[in-house]
Design a protein around this ligand. Structure first.
Ligand code: ADP
Ligand code: MG
Ligand code: MG
Length: 441
């Protein structure tokens, strides 16, 4: 853990010249304001003011002053900036002028939900995230083309995998920034890649996801590539997910683990799982928050469409991977990297906590390939489907009192309004597919 004094020392030792005060808007886009390092004390004393009126999901114009409260634990130096302009960043909570947390600030929303973990007598909620991405070739102006950088497949090597050099440099940079990189590899689709980093407390993993996406995009540029986290960039091949691995710890012990329980899971884990499955539809609205997200959530591409869980097979919404003991975890497989990580994690946690508090026991695991089951077999096993569109998911979110309460009606209303605009824009946009399909009708 790093405190404000450590930050002062690090800034001096490293000869840092600029500080990025970084935060996330209501949809999860990273935003920042840069200040010269001479103002570091102001920053650490929460004196840096922003105008929230032009930030998506923040405040209306008449009441827009807000203050940034940096978290010293998120101190990172950007390795890609030249030493003469050495630049560090801290991720901030957003507060009102009276010092209270702003109710629309995603990071503060997750913090509030994490308080409930303590209230229940646990101490740590851990998240390990696996964001996948595609590398596309850039044109001479640095803009993305529609050509992926290779036609490699899962775990391929050079010369099939043409993303190796870029991926390794990205891993180097992430390591310099303090990430504990666990593995990197080519993913299943052409041009698709993954770099795994170690799990951490939920708040810091959400911060790390934000830094991760920034780094992936920035380093890709140096290789004449454009990185994208859009869930389904190409029709007909696998899309990019962001699995969330979840576990609860108490006094350093993983309380999801119980060698005598069903599949090695404790009752607490089974209740948490029960809650997540119960609220799965509402979670989808924030874990899969774009029109494009729903083009990934279709059968046949390793992405879930059914609300169920298993240990071995990868078709259901939640998988319990093989490791036990400290590694015991629930892997929520629906989310994608367009999710606002603070909000998606807060929603999943709220669902899990509801499961624990109301003892919502998980149904029996489904070890068969669900895609091969008939509709009657699925019905008999109580397997429901995830929402099929953003519009359905937004309705499911608004109809779910537990998740709406956890995220707060301010956030849910703003989010719904922004997403409705997106849905309307798409609805009125004529696509290439329609031209091909209807031109001669
Ligand atoms: P997969 O089998 O899907 O490829 P891995 O088994 O490699 O995934 O695990 C991926 C993620 O799970 C990593 O980010 C890892 O740090 C994380 N992880 C491991 N143990 C835990 C835990 N107890 N809680 C949360 N995440 C964990
Ligand atoms: Mg993967
Ligand atoms: Mg996974």
């Amino acid at each position: 853990m790093i405190n404000a004094d450590d930050v002062r020392k690090l800034a001096k030792e490293e000869n840092v010249r600029y500080l990025r005060m970084t935060f996330s808007d209501g949809l999860g886009a990273l935003k920042n304001i840069e200040i010269p390092i001479a103002l570091l004390d102001d920053a650490l004393n929460n004196k840096i003011k922003i105008d929230g009126s032009s930030i998506k999901g923040f405040l209306p114009i008449e009441d827009a002053d807000m203050y940034l409260y940096p978290d010293p634990n998120t101190w990172k130096i950007y390795p890609w900036v030249a030493d003469k302009n050495k630049t560090a960043s801290m991720i901030c909570d957003v507060h009102n002028t009276d010092g209270t947390p702003f109710i629309g600030d995603p990071r503060s929303i997750l913090r509030r939900e994490l308080d409930n973990v303590k209230k229940l007598g646990f101490d740590t909620f851990n998240i390990g995230a696996e964001p996948e991405y595609f590398l596309f070739k850039a044109d001479e102006n640095g803009n993305p083309t529609m050509k992926v950088n290779d036609d490699g497949f899962y775990f391929d090597l050079e010369p099939k995998d043409l993303g190796e050099a870029c991926r390794r440099e990205t891993s180097n940079v992430l390591t310099q920034m303090g990430f504990q990189v666990e593995a990197d590899h080519h993913e299943a689709a052409a041009g698709q890649h993954e770099i795994d980093f170690k799990y951490d407390k939920a708040l810091y993993t959400a911060d790390n996801i934000q830094y991760f996406k920034l780094t992936i995009r920035r380093i890709a540029q140096d290789f004449g590539l454009c990185a994208t986290f859009m869930p389904k960039p190409i029709t007909g091949i696998n899309g990019s997910g962001m699995h969330l691995n979840m576990s609860l710890f108490k006094d350093g012990t993983n309380i999801f683990d119980d060698p005598d329980g069903l599949k090695g899971l404790s009752d607490t884990a089974l209740y948490f799982l029960g809650g997540v499955l119960h609220h799965a539809k509402a979670i989808t609205a924030v874990a899969n928050p774009t029109i494009n997200s729903f083009k990934r959530l279709v059968p046949g591409y390793e992405a879930p469409t059914y609300v169920a869980w298993s240990t071995s097979n990868r078709t259901p919404l939640v998988r319990v991977p093989a490791g036990r003991g400290k590694l015991t975890r629930l892997e929520l497989r629906s989310g994608d990297p367009t999710a606002n990580p603070y909000i998606a994690i807060a929603a999943a946690l709220a669902a899990g906590i509801d499961g624990i508090q109301n003892k919502i026991m998980a149904p029996a695991p489904v070890e068969r390939n669900i895609y091969k089951m008939t509709a009657d077999e699925r019905k008999a096993a109580n397997i429901t489907e995830l929402p099929a569109s953003l519009s359905e998911a937004i309705d499911d979110l608004n109809n779910d009192e537990v998740i709406t309460k956890a995220l707060g009606s301010y956030f849910v209303d703003k989010f719904t309004e922004l997403k409705q605009q997106e849905i309307d824009a798409y609805r009125t946009n004529v696509t290439d597919w329609e031209h091909k399909e209807y031109f001669d009708d």
